[in-house]
Design a protein around this ligand. Sequence first.
Ligand code: HEC
Ligand code: HEC
Length: 171
Amino acid sequence: MQSPLFLAAIFTLSLATQPLFGQQAPAPAGQTTPQAQSGARPRHPQTKPVNLKVLPKNIAREDLVKIMRSYAGALGIECNFCHAVNPATHKLDFPSDAKDDKTIARTMIQMTQTINEQYMTQVHDPDAMPEDKHVTCGTCHRGHTMPEHFVLAAEPRHHPSDDDEGAQAPQ
Ligand code: HEC
Ligand code: HEC
């Protein structure tokens, strides 16, 4: 099992090396991909992506599925949280934009890219491990669809010196 951070690093790398994907011959429509991935789902998508608006359009299928699994893992959900079911086939219609969460996810992908490209690249912290160098979906979401609200732990009760300062009202 690869960590979401690792997958996010691949994702970032895949964006940085976009031209590489251009060298791969596109799979003919309808061609089945070997189920190289362990745990591949029966509804594993088989055709070339047709509705990518933020990810590289010529992304390799394996990379796309890895990225999608990393989103699902980071938010603690399955593919159907973002992807709508086609009422006729009862299968997930991956290109469909029917679900709002897919649209939100697009914004989130762009936001994460901007944080990494415009801001994290300016941070030169000698303490940082390679995996600290990027923000991922999991950095905020930590297995939840909505990031948990951070609340400061209650202060220890009897601190005479605090009384003098009197600056912070309890929330
Ligand atoms: C957090 C939301 C989210 C989850 C969970 C998610 N996806 Fe996606 N998926 C997206 C978004 C957003 C796009 C479109 C990206 C773009 O526009 O570049 C997409 C696009 C796709 C596409 C390309 C469809 C096309 O033809 O354009 C496939 C295939 C896909 N996802 C498969 C999956 C699979 C398989 C899973 C579960 C392992 C999954 N997705 C989980 C958000 C999600
Ligand atoms: C900087 C923190 C941060 C990062 C990074 C981040 N998110 Fe979010 N995400 C949020 C916050 C905060 C919300 C709640 C915003 C709201 O609903 O108005 C949210 C909401 C969402 C929702 C809607 C959830 C719901 O239940 O309605 C989806 C889907 C989502 N994020 C997907 C992603 C994906 C996919 C990534 C990685 C590409 C990502 N997010 C990265 C902070 C983040």
